[in-house]
Design a protein around this ligand. Structure first.
Ligand code: KIV
Ligand code: ZN
Length: 387
């Protein structure tokens, strides 16, 4: 397998891990629409569902397989033959099918979820990969709870599943437990100690329980992973999954990392809104990249600096993620510069003495009103009609 060493593959699991969130369930037509949008965004892999879990999920994988052409369509399974049969059948129309199978890798899961032993679990993982290979060439293996797994055992497991034919090895931090440096070191260890690791792509799949999903994913990529898994808006059960838009914009902003995705970043904002609406999951206003305040400057000091040169307070151009422009929000903390900017936008050029007067009235208004709109601003400068 020949890969550009600097290319990072984007694996979207909004429709699988993301859709597991209570209240976020989608109908098949909604999933098809989102899958088409993900294709337009440029994701490389769409995890379309977990076919054995329900007839609806099975059908969604079938329909998404028919609907998209460019991305790989992936279906999740446990390390069970029945799951793999269902996934293979659901993927029959996919141009680029992938089966994503796996099993727990931490002693916690081995003992308390499977009531088993390391050797038995390793053998089950290998068998699942071999079985999936009968149906598709592209098989991804996940070592669930790898974040808490013994690293020597994890390395052995990964080597064995690659030998069995896994093309991608997913190292999930299922519980969002790891710190960036420990997660990064885990990936580095696998890269340096698994002798057949160059025959597979390492994938990072992080959860956000400690707010570290993005940082951990980036640490994994810096240490040799070349696929990351996430969801739009970071949607996902508990505290969510890695936000695709965050990792993509980190790689774009930090060019020195020399890691590149194929994401058309200008479509990020629109897709974020579509997903928020369809999944009935509001985006918090201060969410990085896609929150409604992500490009809104409101304090006087920042507004003044921004108006002098936007790069004083802007590391990402809003247009790069599809937000039409940055906004200067007027509050009681705003200064004259920001007020002048808005009055000018409304066609009122004020000399300094007039601006000083308007600014005094503005502060009184802003102390008493949460949202200052254009009519409020005009009331500061348009003389009142005398009866
Ligand atoms: O978080 C996780 O471990 C998963 C696997 C099923 C890939 O979602
Ligand atoms: Zn997950």
């Amino acid at each position: 397998m020949l890969h550009n060493p600097n290319r990072v593959y984007v694996f979207d699991t909004t429709l699988r891990d993301g859709e597991q969130v209570p209240g976020c369930q989608l109908t098949t037509p909604e999933k098809i629409e989102i899958a088409r949008e993900l294709e337009a965004l440029g994701v490389d892999i769409i995890e379309a569902g977990f076919p054995v879990s329900s007839p609806g999920d099975f059908q969604s994988v079938v329909e998404i397989s028919k609907a998209v052409k460019e991305p790989t369509v992936c279906a999740l399974t446990r390390a069970h033959k029945g799951d793999i049969d269902a996934a293979a059948e659901a993927l029959q129309y996919a141009k680029h099918p992938r089966i994503h199978t796996g099993i727990g890798a931490s002693d916690m899961h081995i003992k308390h979820k499977f009531n088993s032993t390391r050797e038995e679990i390793l053998a089950r993982g290998v068998d699942a990969v071999k079985y999936a290979k009968k149906f598709v060439e592209d098989v991804e293996f996940y070592a669930e709870d790898a974040g808490r797994a013994d690293i020597e055992f994890l390395a052995r497991m990964i080597e064995a599943v690659i030998a069995a034919g896994a093309t991608v090895v997913n190292i999930p931090d299922t519980n969002g437990y790891c710190l960036p440096d420990t997660y990064g070191s885990k990936i580095r260890f696998l890269k340096e100690n698994v002798k057949n690791i160059d025959q597979a792509i390492i994938s990072v799949h992080c959860h956000n329980d400690l707010g570290l999903a993005t940082a951990n994913s980036v640490a994994g990529l810096q240490n040799g992973a070349r696929q990351f898994e996430g969801t739009i808006n970071g949607i996902g059960e508990r505290a969510g999954n890695t936000s695709i838009e965050e990792v993509v914009m980190i790689l774009k902003t930090h060019q020195q990392l020399n890691l590149h995705t194929n994401i058309r970043t200008q479509s990020i904002y629109e897709l974020s809104r579509i997903i928020s609406t369809q999944m009935r999951m509001p985006v918090q206003p201060n969410k990085a990249i896609v929150g409604s305040n992500a490009f809104a400057h409101s304090s006087g000091i920042h507004q003044d600096g921004f108006l002098k040169n936007r790069e004083n307070y802007e590391i990402i151009r809003p247009e790069d993620v599809g937000v039409p422009s940055a906004s200067i929000v007027l509050t009681a903390r705003s200064g004259r510069h920001a007020l002048n900017f808005h009055l000018d936008r409304l066609g009122h050029r004020l000399e300094k003495p007039e601006l000083d007067i308007a600014y005094k009235s503005f502060l009184v208004l802003a102390d008493n009103k949460l949202n200052i709109n254009d009519d409020d601003l005009l009331s500061l400068v348009v003389p009142r009609m005398v009866k």
